[in-house]
Design a protein around this ligand. Structure first.
Ligand code: HEC
Length: 146
């Protein structure tokens, strides 16, 4: 094999290796952040949400809807973030069952706290795992305040 090709192959190999390393270290950064948010999110959830939705997310009879495997959580990713701070009311359907009560606003929750709670509830109970950063929550919350 000509020297020229050998060099080329080595070069490609090194470059691919670099890409793999860069990509996987990016991913684990995000995963580390998600785990941090979850740790805070658990505490905030217990304090601000578990009264109604229960510590295990199962909800309470016909009064408070479940967060476990919630099709509503899956379908309303932005609206959920607004509701956590600004509350919500009016009939909604969760996993085939209708609920119609008031979820009170919790204006004391900071953007970061809303992000941590959201990341936590999406990481539990068979919901779609996602990381909502404090910045992303801030942008969404500014929109729903309007
Ligand atoms: C005082 C009771 C109460 C508290 C506290 C409360 N909620 Fe709710 N939540 C409700 C009710 C009632 C509904 C349904 C509202 C409706 O009928 O429109 C609801 C709806 C929801 C929904 C959408 C439906 C579903 O089950 O997927 C989510 C998500 C949710 N709450 C998350 C939270 C989170 C997170 C917190 C804590 C920050 C919280 N709630 C605090 C009563 C509460």
């Amino acid at each position: 094999m000509p020297q020229f090709y050998k060099k080329r192959i080595v070069c490609y190999a090194v470059f691919s290796l670099f890409l793999v390393v860069a990509f996987s270290s990016c991913q684990s950064d995000e995963e580390t952040k998600r785990q941090k948010y979850i740790t805070e999110g658990i505490l905030l959830y217990r304090k601000n949400c578990a009264n109604c939705h229960q510590a295990d997310g199962a909800g309470l009879a016909g009064l408070y809807p479940p967060l476990v495997n919630s099709d509503y959580l899956r379908a309303n990713k932005n609206a959920v973030i607004c509701s956590i701070r600004y509350g919500q009311q009016g009939p909604i359907k969760v996993n085939g069952k209708t609920y119609n009560r008031v979820m009170p606003p919790q204006l004391q929750l900071s953007n970061l706290e809303v992000a941590e709670i959201t990341t936590y509830i999406y990481s539990q109970w068979g919901n779609d795992k996602r990381l909502i950063t404090g910045k992303a929550a801030e942008a969404l919350l500014a929109k729903c305040a309007e």
